[in-house]
Design a protein around this ligand. Structure first.
Ligand SMILES: O=C(O)CCC(=O)C(=O)O
Ligand SMILES: [Fe+2]
Length: 273
């Protein structure tokens, strides 16, 4: 089978349309709106996607107190299947059914991969608790949904690298979503969707295909603006102070300047070459 974005989208669509329980799960009260779907693709396709991932050395390192991971947004540098799978999640039909599941209206996918694409986390890598940036680069649309598709075969929950949702804030226990092979997570992003990735504590690479959807309307009842804001884990009080000061300062600068001071590099420039 020729795996292009249209026939990959066909499979996603079929899978999602069989699950009329997702809508209820996504909107459960008292937690960050989220749900997951297992066995999204036939196993051999999911494996092929995993095998298409570049080696860690071919990806950009994002390393600071906030995070340590590898990412790639310039998708045309890699195996073409990766670009196909990223954009399969942007198919109009997929967006429509995801709107039905989440109840979030008028969503548009992020074709410039403002923050999406592929990511890879190896031993020792982590992503501290954070709120995603509230808007797109031009501050015209709200970032409202994350679609995270995990593709590492046999990834055990004990390996770490799991998605954590801090339903009651970062001072209370988190809900762990195992970043299991062939699992797609849909997760709202709003003013209180604190999430993180626990430290990877084993060999191997935790690979994720990420997509973000935007909307003119916020995923809450009121308007808001914030930059990506990081926090310490409950056992990291000092780091929490440093990260909070850092977020507060960047927020302030952005609120005053309205636009980015430094142009983001993490954008898929399609006319490059
Ligand atoms: O890799 C993950 O599971 C989560 C990544 C994340 O926080 C994000 O993409 O906003
Ligand atoms: Fe995030």
């Amino acid at each position: 089978m020729n795996l292009n974005r249209a026939n990959l989208a066909d499979i996603i669509l079929e899978k999602l349309s069989l699950r009329n329980d997702l809508k209820g799960e996504f909107s459960l009260k008292g937690r960050i709106n989220s749900c997951y779907i297992d066995d999204v693709f036939p196993e051999e396709i999911a494996l092929e996607i995993y095998n298409a991932f570049p080696s860690p050395e071919e990806m950009a390192v994002h390393k600071s107190l906030r995070e340590n991971k590898r990412i790639a947004a310039q998708m045309d540098l890699y195996n073409p299947l990766l670009e196909e799978i990223v954009f399969a999640f942007q198919d109009k039909r997929v967006v429509k059914i995801v709107e039905e599941i989440t109840g979030i209206e008028q969503m548009t996918p992020d074709e410039h991969l403002y923050a999406g694409g592929i990511s890879l986390m190896a031993n020792g890598n982590f992503l501290n608790p954070h709120l995603d940036n509230s808007h797109d680069n031009d501050r015209e649309n709200y970032r409202v949904l994350n679609l995270l598709y995990y593709v590492t075969p046999d990834w055990d929950v004990k390996n770490g690298g799991n998605l954590e949702l801090w339903d009651k804030g970062t001072k209370n226990p988190q809900r762990v979503i195992h970043s299991k092979f062939n699992r797609l997570v849909l997760m709202i992003t709003n003013k209180s969707s604190y999430h993180s990735v626990s430290k990877v504590v084993s060999e191997g690479k935790r690979c994720c295909v990420s997509n973000y959807y935007f909307s003119k309307k916020p995923a809450e009842n009121e308007e808001y603006f914030h930059v990506t804001s990081f926090y310490g884990r409950p056992e990291e009080p000092i780091k929490n102070l440093i990260l909070k000061a850092d977020s507060t300062l960047r927020n302030l600068i952005r609120k005053v300047t309205k636009k980015r001071v430094v142009e983001t590099k993490h954008i898929y420039k399609k006319d490059k070459k």
